[in-house]
Design a protein around this ligand. Structure first.
Ligand code: C2O
Ligand code: CU
Ligand code: CU
Length: 460
């Protein structure tokens, strides 16, 4: 079906679907074993139009992988993408460097490999997985390759009565014939922002709950480059988790949350009375080069219909969720400065850099010692926001400097991605436990592909 402008129209208002789960084939407890194949598939976003996409096991978003802390995970990966290398990167997860799907460990088209790791105690969080081949990450992700990876604790402090609902946010741009257009110049500069934001692959789905319900949501920004400033309107929201799992204590009274590309949050939302509530975006200026700045405010992503007599039996949240020790006493300081410049004939293409260099797979940019805390200062003197991400670990924000003031974070949290706004400097405390080569980069995937990435060699 197409609209007046010839652009495909997506059906809206279907019940929110639960993403499929990757089945565990292990026969022993404490293990998770499965196979994931990345390959070509067809999706039906708009009525009557087939969209050729990439998918994991035929699904986009990919199936949810759910394991428990302490599990040994073994995933057999097959790359069935024609003519392109791929990898699976386990975003945010404490897995060994050689199992983390780095661009240096590409799996050629038609080849297979197995990823294997054990998830330590204390690693419960909402992670995700996506490809990381050199120069092709952005394309493979917007064509459909990304999925949620949930690590559950042995004992979950969040009441089971709140449910546990994944909201996996992606975006989509469809051509009139239903295909996914190639990357444009604006995409390469700003990162690709689609025309539609989808929740679990659906446009404006509806979630029906009994009034009085409190719901636990895991929000994932799995878009290439869209900044999502999210609100549930006047439904009271409590932040309970970040990229790296639960906070030390619930943060009540939140009215909005900004998720830059790759960030996640866990929230509990109370739908106290019967009525209609919406998950919406608020405007956010992330800096935009050239024409075509997308409309990013006031989009309704999902609606929640609260119905019936109010539930009175909802258990409260515990006052403490877990211990988060402070990463203090860093003995080493380093600085990373984002840069952009024009290059190519007539300055028609961009270079995206960290410390004046574009990514080189064969170059080690930084060496650090395993187990040692470092203070990383990430500076953004450019005219766009860049979300900074480090592989293999979770860090803590120490402070953010910008507009002539320094602010401390409102609460302690484990993070693997943090937005560094234009003109800002973000200081983070980082520790890597496992040796090997780790990537750090801007998580606007087009920037990463064009060089805004470096390698830290963690030495034992
Ligand atoms: Cu989402 Cu290099 O990672
Ligand atoms: Cu990552
Ligand atoms: Cu960037």
């Amino acid at each position: 079906m197409s609209g007046m402008s010839g652009m495909p129209v997506l059906p809206e208002g279907a019940p929110l679907r639960e993403l499929p789960r990757l089945a565990n084939m292990a026969t022993e407890g404490g293990r998770f074993e499965a196979a994931l194949t990345a390959g070509v598939a067809k999706a039906r976003f708009a009525d009557g139009l087939d969209t050729p996409i990439l998918a994991y096991n035929g699904e986009s978003p990919g199936p949810i992988i759910q394991v428990t802390e302490g599990d040994r995970v073994r995933i057999a990966f097959r790359n069935a993408i024609p003519n392109q290398a791929s990898t699976i990167h386990w975003h945010g997860m404490p897995v060994p460097a050689d199992q983390d799907g780095n661009p240096m460990d590409a799996v050629a088209s038609g080849d297979s490999r197995t990823y294997e790791f054990t998830l330590p105690e204390g690693s419960a969080a909402s992670y995700w997985y996506h490809p990381h081949p050199h120069g092709l990450t952005a394309e493979q992700v917007y064509r459909g390759l990304a999925g949620a990876f949930l690590v559950k604790p042995k004992v979950d402090p969040i009441p089971a009565a709140y449910g546990d609902t994944v909201l996996f946010l992606t975006d989509l741009r469809l051509a009139a014939d239903g295909s996914l257009p190639e990357q444009s110049m604006a995409d390469l500069m700003n990162g690709r922002v689609g025309d539609q934001v989808l929740v679990n692959g659906q446009k404006k789905p509806v979630l029906t709950v009994q009034s009085g319900t409190r719901r636990r949501f895991r929000l994932f920004n799995a878009t290439n480059a869209r900044f999502l400033r999210l609100t549930f309107g006047d439904a009271p929201m409590t932040i309970i988790g970040s990229d790296g799992g639960l906070l030390a204590a619930p943060v009540q009274g939140a009215t909005e949350i900004l998720l830059s590309p790759a960030e996640r949050a866990e929230v509990v939302v109370a739908f106290e009375k019967a009525g209609s509530f919406a998950l919406k975006t608020l405007p956010y200026d992330r800096g935009w080069m050239g024409p075509g700045r997308p409309d990013d405010g006031d989009l309704t992503l999902m609606s929640v219909e609260a119905q019936g007599a109010a539930l009175t039996e909802m258990p409260p949240l515990p006052e403490a969720l877990r211990q988060i020790p402070e990463l203090a006493e860093s003995t080493v300081r380093r600085r990373f400065v984002f840069g952009e410049s024009m290059r190519g004939p007539g300055g028609m293409t961009m270079a995206f850099m960290i410390n004046g260099k574009t990514f080189d797979m064969t170059r080690v940019d930084v060496q650090m010692r395993a187990g040692q805390i470092e203070l990383w200062e990430v500076q953004n003197p450019t005219d766009m926001d860049h979300p900074f991400h480090i592989h293999g670990t979770q860090f803590q924000i120490v402070e953010v400097e910008g507009n002539d003031r320094i602010s401390k974070p409102a609460y302690r949290a484990w993070k693997d991605t943090i937005n560094v706004g234009r003109g800002e400097t973000v200081r983070i405390a980082v520790r890597q436990e496992l040796p090997g080569l780790r990537m750090y980069h801007c998580h606007i995937l087009e920037h990463e592909d064009q060089g805004m990435m470096g390698i830290v060699d963690v030495v034992a």
